[in-house]
Design a protein around this ligand. Structure first.
Ligand code: PLP
Length: 361
């Protein structure tokens, strides 16, 4: 009998990166591996992807350092730049590529004393209002960076699409792409715009570099689609097993808060997985769970270490029977939707106690 494991299928990862390459034949891929490669394991994912991608993109300096320590030699992009002045020397030393999104970062780079000039992509805000130079700051930031001896030339340009995955905001998305393309005419360095949704849906956003995250892991960025709709394969399968199987009578109150009452005599399976592993407590009764080759539904509240599955009155499942919470058998996109969240959050939230099993051939 197995406790919960996150099985990571590296063949699926290779299949996905090759599928993405075919979608953007003229672009280089910066594989987004922030947040422990969306819960899939930063270092093992990077090892597998390295031969297929031009760069890796991360959100924190520590993530970049872990990749270098592992021996990853590809370019590494810091999507949020540096947070402290002292990071600038680390960036120079390891030849990381940093995003500069704020005028205070420009001040810091000008003040710094670096051994080698650092590679920078200036970030502009084209409509998300999260990070990036606003319109009235672009020329000043660009001028100062281009005239700074600590910055390697030419300067690149990066931005992020806020509604590429939102069908009702198509027009706003097109405006954002247009803004990027207009500003990019003044930049001689590399350009980088598309996220996963941009790659799948907006060819105009395919600049020299693209930044796929969620689709590398075989997951759709669109709420109404699953990865397989785009020829992608899920990389993570969250598996566990039943540690108890019990008959309950009609009217039996199941779990904390008596949140579910059996409508008929039935058989309940207790699966060894809960929110302490990263399975969402918000999963409502009826969330699909694969058990022994069929789809059953969860019932009651998810506990920290266990959850309840209604196996049905005729169930012949035994203790030890295999359970899949998401993966090829149950799309994580569907589970996320039922939980009122996005699949990104579910895979990111896999807890350290979940054993990882890497499948490779
Ligand atoms: C996380 C992130 C991405 C990847 O987004 P996906 O939707 O997973 O493809 C791209 N760019 C930036 C700036 C990000 O923060």
């Amino acid at each position: 009998m197995k406790a919960v494991i996150a099985q990571i299928d590296h063949n699926a990862l290779i299949h996905n990166v090759k599928t993405i390459k075919a979608m953007v034949p003229d672009s280089h891929i910066a594989a987004v591996v922030k947040a422990n490669a969306y819960g899939h394991g930063l270092l093992t994912v990077a090892d597998t992807l390295q031969p297929y991608v031009g760069a890796f993109a991360v959100a924190r300096l520590d993530e970049a350092l872990s990749l270098r320590e592992r021996g990853i030699s590809r370019d590494i992009i810091l999507l949020e730049g540096f947070f402290e002045d002292s990071d600038i020397n680390t960036i120079s030393h390891h030849n990381f590529l940093t995003v500069i999104h704020d005028i205070e970062q420009v001040d810091a780079i000008e003040r710094a004393e670096v051994a080698k000039p650092i590679r920078c992509w200036m970030k502009i805000d084209i409509g998300m209002h999260r990070l990036g130079a606003s319109y009235d700051q672009i020329s000043e930031m660009k001028y100062r960076l281009e005239n700074c001896r600590n910055v390697k030339h030419p300067l690149g340009l990066i931005s992020h699409l806020s509604v590429a995955d939102t069908p009702s905001e198509s027009e706003y998305n097109c405006e954002q792409i247009d803004r990027f393309i207009k500003v990019s005419r003044d930049f001689k360095g590399d350009l980088c715009l598309a996220n996963s949704a941009g790659i799948l849906k907006w060819p105009a956003s395919h600049t020299k570099w693209v930044r796929p995250g969620i689709i590398l892991y075989g997951i759709s960025p669109f709420e109404d689609k699953v990865g397989s709709d785009f020829g992608l394969k899920p990389v993570m399968t969250l598996r566990s097993s039943l540690i108890a199987v019990r008959k309950v009578k009609k009217g039996a109150k199941v779990g904390y808060g008596a949140a579910w009452t059996a409508p008929v005599d039935t058989v309940i399976g207790i699966a060894a997985v809960g929110y302490g592993d990263g399975y969402p407590r918000t999963a409502p009764t009826g969330t699909p769970v694969w058990v022994n080759g069929r789809i059953a539904g969860s019932v009651g509240h998810v506990c920290m270490d266990m959850m309840f599955v209604d196996l049905g009155p005729q169930a012949s499942d035994r203790v030890g029977s295999e359970v899949v919470l998401w993966g090829s058998e149950v799309p994580v996109e569907k589970v996320a939707k039922l939980c009122g969240t996005i699949p990104y959050e579910l895979v990111c939230h896999i807890m350290p106690r979940v054993k990882v099993s890497n499948l490779c051939t």
